[in-house]
Design a protein around this ligand. Structure first.
Ligand code: ADP
Ligand code: ASP
Ligand code: MG
Length: 451
């Protein structure tokens, strides 16, 4: 039995949190590989460091804040000299890259800068494990996590990762626990890349796939996947198990607890995924499996904020062929994936999927894209929207679902509806300002009053 355990930012935020995670790792001898995110807050600080026009003063403040988080952990570890000198090296590398970015705005440099967060946390976490008596090595995941060169949201190269893992990672597991980084990788030239924000879950699943592991554990700040984000509804309940399909839909439609791509490697190799809280491991968590005992019509409600709706209008669309093909080709050229779509005689409205959006938070709609679209149609953009998704089973084939849902939605304006393509979801696009109330109303009616 082999388990890959991933610990998110809050789980490795400080020394005490890291000690709790170390106890979880050591409690299960099957755990061979540990994947960590950057300590909580560090990636946000590094993202700000990549922004243009930072004053020198702000840049130094940001560097100091990252250093304070990392040295705080080192101090509590008693400053072992090898770890201290490696941490000094990483933090001075971070300072040097941030200075280079003032003049050179290359995306490869931004990814190199972002990677220092995970490099520091993995170094420190391996030291915490050793302090607790384990044999643990920190391993540079860039030796095996091969991606393309799309900096900021690089695409993992599955076959190559598998070979590299077999050659460079598996031999190390004979006599040591391996602690490695989530979120980062390297292209064929050895340049550092990142997988997009929240990508450490995906890293853990990819490594589990390459290692042919039996399970991936995602340790976070909530004891499992809930019927909705517990921060949004006090009545949200943890789910004991859900299917791969349901989990994939939840992650895609905004349940931040899992990066949307996490389920793909798990499905390919039928690897079970566990989600639990590193602060309260005794509470158990959620198992995501291929087969589950119950497949209820309503499983959860998810919300994705800051959605962009693109409205395209063209008289050429009337009874014409190929218009949509053209629009989709243009969006694909700009690496934008379309999310929801509705059409009428001369209009197409679509929401854009920000799932693969850039690690540095750069916007999706570039000038070049807008100009290219404008050559074929009139384009308008609407912002300040949220997509609320009801996730479940047989939604498209169960009578009464629409009546139930739209009765609850009566007080709200629904800008767009998508239902029917998948048996697992029904989505509505609403005003950002209504999103919390819509989620609350749906959750109360679908999960609390009927329970
Ligand atoms: P980590 O840093 O461990 O990766 P994240 O912040 O990325 O943690 O994800 C955990 C958060 O996901 C939770 O604190 C919670 O607010 C949010 N979340 C959103 N939807 C759900 C859901 N359905 N169930 C549980 N958590 C959810
Ligand atoms: N540290 C990265 C982020 O904050 C990756 C992750 O946490 O999954 O997005
Ligand atoms: Mg996360």
């Amino acid at each position: 039995m082999t388990v890959v355990a991933k610990f998110g930012g809050t789980s490795v935020a400080d020394y005490q949190s890291m000690c709790r995670c170390a106890a979880i790792v050591l409690d299960n001898p099957a755990t061979r590989v540990v994947v960590v995110s950057a300590s909580s807050g560090v990636t946000n600080l590094l993202v700000e460091l990549t922004q243009a026009n930072l004053t020198d003063e702000r840049r130094l403040e940001l560097i100091k804040s990252v250093a304070a988080i990392q040295y705080g952990i080192l101090d509590q570890l008693g400053r072992p000299s090898e770890v201290a000198s490696e941490l000094d090296r990483l933090l001075s590398q971070m300072a040097v890259i941030s200075e280079s970015l003032v003049l050179n705005r290359a995306k490869s440099l931004m990814d190199a800068l972002l990677s220092t967060g995970e490099m520091c946390s993995s170094l420190l976490f391996a030291a915490v494990l050793r302090e607790q008596g384990a044999r643990a090595t920190s391993f540079d995941v860039r030796k095996v996590m091969r991606t393309d060169s799309h900096f900021g949201r690089a695409e993992p190269q599955i076959a190559q990762i598998e070979t590299l893992v077999a050659n460079a990672l598996v031999p190390l597991l004979q006599d040591s626990l391996v602690v490695t980084q989530g979120f980062i990788g390297a292209d064929e030239h050895g340049e550092t890349t990142t997988l997009g924000r929240g990508g450490s879950d995906y890293s853990a699943a990819l490594l589990a796939e390459a290692l042919r592991a039996d399970a991936v554990e995602i340790w976070t700040d909530v004891p499992g996947i809930f019927t909705t984000d517990p921060r949004l509804a006090s009545g949200a309940k943890a789910l004991a198990e859900i299917s791969f399909n349901e989990a994939a839909e939840m992650a895609t439609f905004g349940a931040k607890v899992l990066h949307p791509a996490t389920i793909l490697p798990a499905v390919r190799r039928q690897i079970q995924v566990f989600v639990g809280s590193s602060r309260e491991p005794e509470k158990g968590g959620t198992w995501i499996r291929h087969q589950v005992e119950n497949a209820p019509v309503y499983r959860a409600v998810a919300v994705r904020r800051a959605q962009t709706l693109l409205n395209l209008h063209s008289l050429q669309m009337l009874h014409a062929q190929g218009f949509l093909a053209h629009i989709f080709a243009t969006l694909a050229k700009h690496r934008i994936s379309v999310d929801l779509i509705t059409t009428s005689e001369v209009n197409v409205s679509l929401t854009l999927d920000k799932t693969g959006s850039d690690s540095t938070g750069a916007g999706l709609l570039s000038e070049a894209l807008m100009q290219e679209l404008a050559e074929h149609c009139r384009v308008s953009v609407e912002d300040n929207l949220s997509l609320v998704a009801i996730i479940g089973n047989r939604i498209a084939t169960t009578a009464g679902v629409c009546r139930t849902v739209f009765t609850v939605l009566e007080p709200f304006n629904v800008r767009m509806i998508c239902q029917g393509a998948s048996p697992h979801n029904l989505c509505v696009l609403v005003d950002e300002k209504d999103a919390a109330a819509v989620v609350d109303a749906l959750h109360t009616n679908l999960f609390e009053t009927q329970a």
